[in-house]
Design a protein around this ligand. Structure first.
Ligand code: SF4
Length: 122
């Protein structure tokens, strides 16, 4: 079974994006980048923030997720990078490069698909 870690922006998670619920709903519905798991059982192992600007702490934070779950025999098998990083972070290029270089598992750029486009359009 795939065990997912979603990584997002510290300044957006549960703040700009309340409750991180769009990622969770997207996963529950298998929509957006989670459509690849249609019909499959998956587990969410964590919602990890980047550690704040400019994302320098991301590699130690990934290592901490691993250490934190090792005693239970749990391991992340897929990493998703949320739209708050992919589409909105000014440091996204470096941040994503670091995550891909160090994760050791597949890293998917994307999570929920619910980006508002025309907020005031009737
Ligand atoms: S580095 Fe990017 S993802 Fe992290 S807090 Fe800053 S803007 Fe958000």
């Amino acid at each position: 079974m795939e065990k997912l870690l979603i990584i997002g922006c510290k300044r957006a998670m549960d703040d700009v994006c309340i409750g991180c619920s769009r990622c969770l709903v997207g996963l529950n519905r298998r929509e957006g980048s989670f459509s690849r798991y249609a019909g499959q059982e998956v587990e969410l192992m964590g919602l990890l923030n980047c550690g704040d600007c400019p994302g320098a702490a991301i590699v130690p934070r990934l290592a901490q997720v691993n250490l934190w779950n090792k005693p239970m025999g749990e391991q992340v098998t897929k990493v998703h990078i949320a739209p708050c990083i992919v589409d909105h972070c000014p440091y996204s290029e470096t941040l994503i490069k670091k995550i891909k270089a160090k994760a050791g598992v597949e890293v998917i750029e994307g999570a929920h698909p619910y980006i508002p486009e025309n907020i005031f359009a009737p």
